[in-house]
Design a protein around this ligand. Structure first.
Ligand SMILES: Cc1ncc(COP(=O)(O)O)c(C=O)c1O
Length: 462
């Protein structure tokens, strides 16, 4: 029986809990864990639970997070974890960055949302800042909450401007799971259950292969299929951390100009200095026509994504109908405050330099480990603080992941590869935290190596 009175009491209980700083009371944390597992199971997705390390590897008590600071967080049982997943690259600023929280708090106390009808200062300020920091002649931006939306709208803008319908994207690509983004991605598990997605032409070429891109553009031209845009991620992070060869992006830029189509860079994972430049494409002085950005934009406090373009392209969204693209909550004030603070911290604290120094340090150590454990590691790939640890088999990946988790290290695979552990810690991570992570990782590898010595059959190379 549904019961609104019970709903009210339950909501009020949670409101009391979230106002507590600490959870000293064992009864309370037990209750939180049990309720969280049961709520996920009964009201969200019970199969998720079977796929989460926080449940499957956590023995008696599912790991339920509570608070975090910089690169560390605690669960409700007050155990301390090191976060080398950085929420899939979102968390360049670490957990609870004080500069960003301060800005968001200030805005929250004044006004969390704009009226939509009057002029509001923050959306404009954020768009202006974006025009200063994005490559080439990019000048206009529009904001959303999720990254897949930014991709959807980049696609919409390309169609509006070019009046063409076809797109060329990459094998192994990931751009999100809403309908247009989904039609551009590679992994069939997500696409196939939905049948025909886009209804017109989407071509996939091998990501690293500029010759294949040229061939596809030429074929489309010959058979009169008009390509609106070519869209790539600068690094295929969700694939298995695939770093393109140096000539790929410059040639993609040259080819898209030659074949009169747009180039979209999906910088969702790579911006804000993570690769040693503010944007990945700046590694090759490439200026895309449209750019989506980026997970770290909102400083892990209030979600916001953006898509940006040059004025002549943006015209098609301004004229003749300036309302052809809107949403009610676009660029809400708290998200804009978070983004303005996030960008200013990244510029002030030179995130590209920090990322470069820290990745050199981590990479050197990981390469030593890969050499020491050839039965475990296949290779290390990287571009900046996006490192992929590739293992010899899914089985080994699973063992390393679970041994890491037992030592309170947060790690994850990439969406398209269950042989890869991604390494994308907060850019603000300290060297002490990196060393602590390395110590725990070494300990985990020692345990896996011993398992392999004891039972060679189970550590097969697949
Ligand atoms: C390059 C890229 N584009 C788009 C997305 C979609 O983001 P979301 O699923 O958070 O909306 C992702 C997510 O990881 C991504 O890596």
């Amino acid at each position: 029986m549904k019961d609104k009175k019970e709903a009210l009491e339950y909501a009020q209980k949670w409101l009391k809990i979230i106002k507590q700083e600490e959870l000293p009371d064992k009864e309370l944390w037990e209750w939180i864990i049990k309720e969280s597992v049961s709520n996920f199971k009964e009201h969200f997705n019970k199969w998720w639970l079977e796929n989460r390390k926080s449940i499957t590897q956590a023995w008696e008590w599912a790991v339920t997070e509570w608070n975090g600071k910089w690169a560390m967080f605690r669960d409700v049982m007050w155990r301390k974890y090191i976060d080398f997943l950085g929420w899939y690259g979102l968390m360049s600023h670490g957990w609870s960055n004080p500069d960003i929280i301060e800005a968001v708090n200030a805005q929250l106390l004044r006004s969390p949302m704009p009226s939509q009808e009057l002029m509001d200062p923050l959306r404009g300020a954020f768009a202006r800042i974006m025009s200063e920091i994005t490559p080439g002649k990019i000048k206009y931006s529009f904001f959303a909450a999720s990254w897949t939306e930014a991709v959807e709208w980049a696609i919409k803008l390309a169609k509006l401007y070019t009046k063409k319908d076809a797109f060329i994207v990459a094998t192994d690509a990931f751009h999100g799971k809403t309908m247009w983004s989904l039609s551009m991605i590679w992994k069939s598990n997500y696409r196939e259950p939905l049948g025909v997605l886009y209804g017109w032409h989407v071509y996939h070429i091998p990501f690293w292969d500029a010759d294949a891109l040229e061939q596809q553009l030429e074929t489309c031209r010959k058979i009169w299929i008009w390509v609106a845009a070519v869209m790539f991620e600068p690094i295929q992070w969700e694939a298995w951390a695939i770093v393109p060869p140096d000539d790929f992006w410059p040639r993609a830029r040259e080819l898209t100009k030659r074949y009169e189509t747009l180039l979209i860079a999906d910088e969702v994972q790579t911006g804000l200095g993570r690769t040693g430049k503010f944007w990945w494409v700046e590694n090759w002085d490439v200026a895309p026509d449209i750019m989506t950005s980026w997970k770290a934009l909102w400083g892990w406090v209030m979600p916001v994504s953006s898509f940006s373009a040059r004025e002549e392209i943006w015209q098609s969204m301004m004229y003749p109908n300036p309302f052809i693209h809107t949403t009610t909550t676009w660029g809400w004030a708290l998200a804009c405050a978070a983004a303005i603070a996030s960008i200013s911290v990244a510029l002030r604290d030179d995130y590209p330099k920090q990322a470069e120094e820290k990745w050199n340090y981590i990479k050197k150590e990981l390469e030593k480990l890969a050499e020491k454990y050839p039965n475990i590691y296949h290779k290390i790939t990287w571009k900046g603080l996006l490192l992929g640890q590739h293992f010899v088999s899914n089985d080994i990946w699973y063992k390393v992941s679970s041994e890491c988790f037992k030592r309170w290290l947060l790690v994850a695979w990439t969406l398209n590869s269950s042989k890869t552990i991604r390494v994308e810690p907060p850019i603000v991570i300290t060297y002490e935290e990196i060393d602590e992570w390395l110590n725990r990782l070494k300990d985990a590898l020692k345990a896996v190596s011993k398992m392999c010595d004891d039972d060679k059959k189970r550590c097969r190379i697949a």
